[in-house]
Design a protein around this ligand. Sequence first.
Ligand code: COA
Length: 258
Amino acid sequence: MKFENILIEKSEQIATIIINRPTKLNALNKKTIYELGLAFDNLQNDDDTKVIVLTGSGTKAFVAGADISEFADFSVHQGAALAAEGQETLFDLVQNLETPVIAAINGFALGGGLELAMAAHFRIASNNAKMGLPEVSLGVIPGYGGTQRLPQLVGKGKAFEMILTANMLSAEEALKNGLVNYVTTPEDLLPLCYKLAKKITRNSSRAIAAAIRAVNANYDTDVDGYLTEINEFGHCFGTADFKEGTSAFLEKRPADFE
Ligand code: COA
C-alpha cells in the first residue's frame, strides 16, 4: 500500500514505520493519523511482522505535535471530535496492539508526538530528544491520552509539572523519570531498538499478545487486571507455543515458535 506521509520498511520480522513530514517536523495532520492507523492495523495482521519500531524522519523530530494549522479555527464540537477520533483511530489502537511497538524518539516529541510515543509499549530516545506536552501554552490541554498516560509513566506530580509548565524534558531527564527506557546517541538509536526487537521476535507471539492484554488491563478501570492475568495465563496452556516452549526447555534446545 502506498502512503503519502509515512514510510514502512520490513526486515527480519521487524517493521519500521517512519513518519515522513520532515519539513513540518512530522506534525500529525489528519491524513498522517489515518495512514498510521491503517499501517498499524495492517502490520498487526501481517504474520511476518513480530515487532514494530516507530520513528520520525530527519534528525530533528520524532513528531512535533498535532498539526496546529489544521485545528486552529475549530469549534468546541470539532475539538472534541478531533480528540475522540484520534484516540480511537490511532492512540488506543497502538496501546492495545498485540504486536509490540517500540517508539524510537529521535528528536522533538511534543504534544501528540509524545502522546503517540507514550501509547507505544516502550520508548527509547536519542540524546538530542526533547519531550513535553506544551498544549496549555496554546490554550488547550493534551487530547490524545496525554493526561492519562503521562501520570502512568512518570507519576502524578511530575506529570502535573510537565503539563502545567509546558516544559520540555531532555532525554536524560526523561530516562530519570521513567518516560524512556534507554538513551543513546542518534546513530545508535535504531540499532538498539532492533537489538531489543530481535530478542522479542524469538519469543512466543501468542504469549506476547497475552502479556500485552494483561498489562494493559492494569490501566482499564472496567476490568480486574488480576483476573485478566489468570485467564490469559490459563489460555496459554492451550497453545502450541506453550507446548513448544516447555518441550524445548526440557529437551535443552531453543524453542521454534510458529
Ligand atoms: N503543527 C504544525 N506545524 C508545525 C508543528 C505543529 N505542531 N511543529 C512544527 N511545525 C512546522 C512549523 O510551522 C514550520 O513550518 P514552516 O517552515 O512551513 O513555517 C516547520 O514545522 C519547522 O518548525 P519551526 O518552528 O520553524 O522549527 P524550530 O526549530 O524553530 O522550532 C519547535 C521547533 C518544535 C520548538 C517548534 O516547531 C514548535 O514549538 N512546534 C509546536 C510544538 C507544539 O506546540 N506541539 C503541540 C501541538 S498540540
